[in-house]
Design a protein around this ligand. Structure first.
Ligand SMILES: C[C@@]1(C(=O)O)OC[C@H]2O[C@@H](O)[C@H](O)[C@@H](O)[C@H]2O1
Length: 469
C-alpha cells in the first residue's frame, strides 16, 4: 500500500539553527544571540552567528530539497527579522528574505509549512520578562498577523509554536535555555499559559483573515509508560502524561487545562495569574485548530521516585532528555530499560511507543488532524571513503514510517511526515556534533553541502510513496 497522494513527505529546520546572518539586514538581537555567547551555555561555545549560512545559501539548499523530491519544507521565521524590537516597526528586509524563501520553494512545487516561533525571541521582550509577561503574548499576536498578511497568499500551513515544553521547561526549570532560570515552577507555568493564550489569539486572527489555509501548534509528543504493572509506577506514568502531554494538548484541543494538574498547581501555589478573558479565549478557539503537530523522538519509561528532591542542580547534560533524571517535582523518574535500544544520546528508539501513544491521543482528542512535524535520528554519522553512510538514520526513519502507515490504517488522522532535519544544522546544546540531516555540511570546507546515503533513500521513498514500507 502507498501513502495517500495528499500525505506530505517533508523535512524541517529552524531559523536560529540554520540561517546565520545574526545581525544582517536590520535583524534585531534575540535571546539566543546573547545566551549562546555566555561561557559554558552551549557545546564548545557554538552559536548561530553563522550557523550553516542558509541566509545566503537558501537557493542552493532549496534546490537540493527539490532534487530530493521533497514535497514540503517546514522552516521557521525569525521574529526579530520581521519586528526587530519584538513589537515595534516592521523590517522590510526581513519580509523580503522570507518572501524569497517562500517563492524559491514554490518555484520547485515545494509546499512551505511555516513555524512562527522556534525559540528565538527578540531580546527586548526577553529582557522584559519574556513569556512570563503578557506583553510578549500580545507582541506575538501582532507578529503573527504581520506574517499572515505578508505571506498568507502563498503560505497555507502555519504552526504557531514549536515545543512549548522545551523552551519553557529549559528556560524556567532547567536553566539550559534562555532566560536560564532554574527551578522556578511559578514562572514556568505562567509562561506556558501565555504561550497558549498567544496561540489561541493568533488562531482567531488567522480565521478572521479568511485566507483558507490551516493553522495549529507543534508539541513534543513524549508518551509515558510505566516500567511495570506496580500501582505506584502506573500512577507515576499517569502523572507524567498529565504534566508532559495533557497540560500542553488540553488547553489547545479542549480549550481548558487538565483538572489533575490544575488542582496540584493550586496546592503548590504555582497557579498562573490567568484572567477570565484569557481562559475564554482558549475555550472559544479550541475548535478553530486545524491540526496538531507532533514532534516524536521517543517515549519515556517511568517509575515512582523514592527520594525526595530538594532544589535540583541542573546542567546541559541533565537537559538532554536522557533517562535517569527525576521529574521537576520529584514525583517520578525516567528509567533506562535493559531490553530497549537507545541512541548515542540515550533516547529510546521505539516506533511501537509512537503507535501506542497515537491511540492514546485519539482516545482523548478524537479525530484531530495530525502531522509528524519532527522525527529523526540524532547521530554522529559514519563516513566511509568520503561518503556519509548514515544507515542508522535510514533504519530509524524507515521503522517510524512503517508505524505511521499502520497508524493511518488503524484510523489515526495523520497527513504528513517531516523529518528532523532536512540538513545538518546547529544543535542548541550539542553544537554540530549531533547530526540529523539528509544533507551533510562540511564545517572544515566552507560549509559545503554533500548528499548523504539517506538523501537518496528518502528520495526513493517519496517517489514510490513508501509502497515498500
Ligand atoms: C533537543 C533536540 C536535539 O537536539 O536532539 O531534540 C530534537 C530536535 O528538536 C527540535 O525542535 C530542535 O529545534 C532541534 O534542535 C532538536 O533539538
Amino acid at each position: 500500500m502507498k501513502f495517500a497522494k495528499d500525505f506530505l513527505f517533508g523535512a524541517a529546520s529552524a531559523s536560529y539553527q540554520i540561517e546565520g546572518a545574526w545581525n544582517e539586514d536590520g535583524k534585531g538581537e534575540t535571546n539566543w544571540d546573547v545566551f549562546s555567547k555566555i561561557p559554558g551555555k552551549t557545546y564548545k561555545g557554538t552559536n548561530g552567528d553563522v550557523a550553516i549560512d542558509h541566509y545566503h545559501r537558501y537557493k542552493e539548499d532549496i534546490k537540493l530539497m527539490a532534487e530530493m523530491g521533497l514535497e514540503s519544507y517546514r522552516f521557521s521565521i525569525s521574529w526579530a527579522r520581521i519586528l526587530p524590537t519584538g513589537d515595534g516597526e516592521v523590517n522590510e528586509k526581513g519580509l523580503e528574505f522570507y518572501n524569497q524563501v517562500i517563492n524559491e520553494c514554490l518555484k520547485y512545487g515545494i509546499v512551505p509549512f511555516v513555524t512562527l516561533y522556534h525559540w528565538d525571541l527578540p531580546l527586548t521582550l526577553e529582557e522584559d520578562g519574556g513569556w512570563t509577561n503578557k506583553r510578549t503574548a500580545d507582541a506575538f499576536v501582532k507578529y503573527a498577523e504581520v506574517c499572515f498578511k505578508a505571506f498568507g497568499d502563498r503560505v497555507k500551513h502555519w504552526i504557531t509554536f514549536n515545543e512549548t515544553v522545551m523552551f519553557c521547561g529549559l528556560g524556567y526549570l532547567k536553566g539550559a535555555h534562555p532566560p536560564g532560570i532554574q527551578n522556578d515552577e511559578k514562572k514556568y507555568f505562567q509562561a506556558t499559559h501565555y504561550v497558549f493564550y498567544a496561540h489561541a489569539k493568533a488562531v482567531e486572527i488567522y480565521k478572521q483573515l479568511e485566507q483558507y489555509g490551516e493553522i495549529g501548534i507543534t508539541h513534543v509528543f513524549l508518551p509515558a509508560y510505566s516500567v511495570d504493572d506496580k500501582k505506584e509506577n502506573i500512577l507515576a506514568a499517569r502523572h507524567a502524561n498529565e504534566y508532559e502531554t495533557f497540560w500542553y494538548y488540553d488547553p489547545i484541543l479542549k480549550g481548558e487545562y487538565p483538572s489533575y494538574v490544575v488542582q496540584q498547581l493550586k496546592e503548590n501555589g504555582w497557579t498562573p495569574s490567568w484572567t477570565k478573558e484569557e481562559l475564554d479565549t482558549l475555550k472559544r478557539n479550541a475548535e478553530n485548530n486545524d491540526f496538531i503537530g507532533l514532534n516524536y523522538y521517543q517515549p519515556i519509561r517511568v517509575e515512582k521516585n523514592q527520594e525526595a528532591v530538594s532544589s535540583m542542580e541542573h546542567s546541559r547534560e541533565t537537559s538532554t532528555l536522557a533517562p535517569g533524571n527525576p521529574s521537576f517535582d520529584g514525583f517520578y523518574r525516567t528509567v533506562k530499560m535493559t531490553d530497549k535500544t537507545y541512541t548515542k544520546w540515550g533516547w529510546e528508539i521505539s516506533p511501537q511507543g509512537f503507535l501506542d501513544g497515537l491511540h492514546m491521543l485519539k482516545e482523548r482528542y478524537g479525530d484531530i488532524k495530525m502531522y509528524v512535524t519532527e522525527n529523526g535520528l540524532g547521530d554522529e554519522d559514519p563516513i566511509i571513503d568520503g561518503e556519509i553512510v548514515d544507515v542508522p538514520r535510514i533504519k530509524y526513519i524507515e521503522e517510524h514510517l512503517k508505524v505511521i502507515k499502520r497508524a493511518i490504517k488503524e484510523g489515526i488522522h495523520l497527513k504528513g511526515y517531516y523529518a528532523w532535519s532536512v540538513i545538518d544544522l546547529l544543535s542548541w546544546l550539542n553544537g554540530y556534533k549531533k547530526q540529523y540531516g539528509f544533507i551533510y555540511v562540511d564545517h572544515d570546507d566552507n560549509l559545503n553541502r554533500k548528499k548523504k546515503l539517506s538523501f537518496h533513500w528518502y528520495k526513493h521513498i517519496i517517489e514510490t510513496r513508501g509502497e515498500e514500507l
